[in-house]
Design a protein around this ligand. Structure first.
Ligand SMILES: [Zn+2]
Length: 283
């Protein structure tokens, strides 16, 4: 199978209605995540769907910042987490018990946590119990209850890519076309996973909505990007305190930190650690 690279977020709307939507295609951005980790198949798929969901939702960010979705579960797969910034930069991670022979990924009794972090200003967090057995159903429930925005999601993940489709009723918009929501969400619900994963966005829109007046906007790019850096890692190490870090240095010779998202290694030697505590070096 050839590997296409088409990491895009495509906005669309329907003329004379209060509905809009997005299509997300994740190719390289998805493969960059899975090539860094040895996740079981079922974890890879769910993480791909979660990444597609964050990409779709990032279109709602009205400021510089990032949106994170966490799926917290009681089984041996305890966490799936995906993030997308307003610039379309994605990263994701799963936590599971490597000793278990089989990944137990059941969404029963799980929770979905949505965090929105502006670069400036207050962080927002919402949480909802997962009902309906999958990520799309949990998001739909969340939007109906917390945001009071009718929203539908279709998410898919294959061997080489992940993709998603979202249709949303805009808040407080008036429209003469009262059955537009029922009609368009019904048309969207006919989408098949293969269509979502394989068809270019415009072709998919034509296939699903050719009887509607669809308006397509310029697509924006999605990419894999990790926000870690040596400086940020140093800030985290600093929290441990001078004495703790000195005893780690004494034991290990140097301190190695690996970013759990992107596997980047950061090495801190004695000089690096001393530089974190300039007040100690004055004498
Ligand atoms: Zn990183």
């Amino acid at each position: 199978m050839s590997e296409i690279s088409r990491d895009t977020l495509q906005r669309f709307s329907f003329d004379n209605t209060d509905l809009r939507g997005e299509i997300a295609h994740l190719d390289d951005s998805w493969r960059e995540v899975i090539r860094r980790h040895q996740y079981p198949q079922i974890v890879r798929r769910s993480l791909g769907e979660l990444m597609a969901a964050t990409a779709l939702l990032s279109s709602n960010l009205k400021f510089a910042g990032r949106l994170t979705l966490q799926v917290r579960l009681p089984g041996n797969v305890s966490l799936l987490q995906a993030e997308t910034s307003d610039q379309g930069q994605l990263r994701a991670i799963a936590r599971y018990d490597h000793d278990s022979s089989e990944a137990d990924l059941s969404f029963d009794d799980g929770h979905l946590v949505i965090t929105i972090e502006p670069e400036q200003g207050q962080k927002y967090q919402g949480i909802t119990a997962i009902s309906g057995g999958n990520i799309a159903a949990a998001l739909e429930e969340y939007f109906t209850q917390s945001e009071q925005l009718a929203t539908r999601f279709w998410l898919a993940c294959g061997d080489n890519s992940a993709a998603g489709l979202m249709v949303q009723k805009m808040p407080a918009a008036a429209s003469d076309d009262e059955d537009a929501w029922d009609r368009i969400s019904h048309l969207a619900s006919t989408v098949k996973d293969e269509e979502l994963l394989q068809l270019p966005a415009e072709e998919l829109l034509h296939r699903l909505f050719h009887e509607e007046q669809t308006r397509v906007y310029p697509a924006s790019a999605l990419s894999f990007f990790c926000t870690c850096s040596k400086d940020r890692t140093a800030t985290a190490l600093h929290q441990l305190g001078y004495d703790e870090l000195q005893s780690m240095l004494h034991e290990l010779g140097q301190i190695d930190i690996t970013c759990e998202f992107c596997q980047q290694h950061y090495v801190f030697d004695e000089q690096d650690i001393n530089d974190l505590f300039p007040e100690r070096n004055l004498h």
